[in-house]
Design a protein around this ligand. Structure first.
Ligand code: SAM
Length: 220
């Protein structure tokens, strides 16, 4: 545990500021989520060239034409899942692994799928080195979900789809929540879908811009 008189490091100060000015100030107040985002060292999930910019109010490149999402968007999506701590969570689009780390802080078990092998492998090495033991990794097409591990209490898709992939709602537990950006290539809306028996309750959370979800039930 931190000695209370020990000064915060530069990155700890940046994280505190990020949470206060970008997340809490915009209305996200869930204490466990804010604390998790204050803990996860986001600067380690980008290349050294970007580590000074890691706590800025924007997405950043992570290679292969992909991005680590803006901190506020990470918080908004996770907030829409309403995690209490005991959930099994499926994430589509591991990317840098940052959002998987925040999810792992807030739930019992995370299953994360990435279609680009170099990204998936790098994220896995980093998350294992950071000591996360509750994340399972897969390289492949996340639009078909992870049937053997289903049902999931929450599913987060961090790439934009033309429509909600059917496999994902089928793999959602009753009462489970799905957060997914839906729309065209230039902009989308973040949808929160709650499963109630065979019915799906859908609400629009906010506008957003994501890289495309590419796969069988995504973009070609
Ligand atoms: N959550 C990530 C993070 O914290 O860094 C950011 C994800 S990035 C915005 C979207 C990711 O989704 C990219 O890494 C992309 O390769 C991946 N992706 C796109 N289509 C996919 C699919 N069908 N299955 C799995 N991953 C996919």
């Amino acid at each position: 545990m931190r000695d209370s008189v020990e000064p915060l490091t530069k990155y700890e100060r940046s994280r505190k500021k990020m949470v206060e000015t970008q997340i809490r100030a915009r209305g996200i107040t869930e204490a466990r989520l804010l604390a998790a985002m204050e803990r996860v060292p986001r600067h380690l999930f980008v290349s050294e060239a970007f580590s000074e910019k890691a706590y800025g109010d924007h997405p950043l490149p992570i290679g292969e034409g992909q991005t680590i999402s803006q901190p506020y968007m990470v918080a908004t999506m996770i907030d829409a899942l309403d995690l209490q701590g005991e959930e099994r969570v499926l994430e589509i689009g591991t990317g840098s692994g940052y959002q998987a780390a925040v999810l792992a802080e807030l739930s019992a078990q995370v299953f994360t799928i990435e279609r680009i092998p170099s990204l998936g492998t790098r994220a896995r090495e980093l998350l294992e080195n950071l000591g996360y033991t509750n994340i399972a990794f897969r390289i492949g097409d996340g639009t078909i979900g992870w049937r053997e591990a289903s049902p999931f209490d929450a599913i987060l898709v961090s790439a934009a789809a033309p429509k909600i992939p059917k496999a994902l709602t089928e793999q959602l537990a009753d009462g489970g929540r799905l957060a997914i950006p839906i729309g065209g290539s230039l902009s989308q809306v973040l949808k929160q879908v709650t499963r109630r028996g065979e019915a799906l309750e859908t609400r629009t959370v906010c506008g957003c811009v994501f890289v495309p979800l590419i796969g069988r039930d995504g973009w070609p």
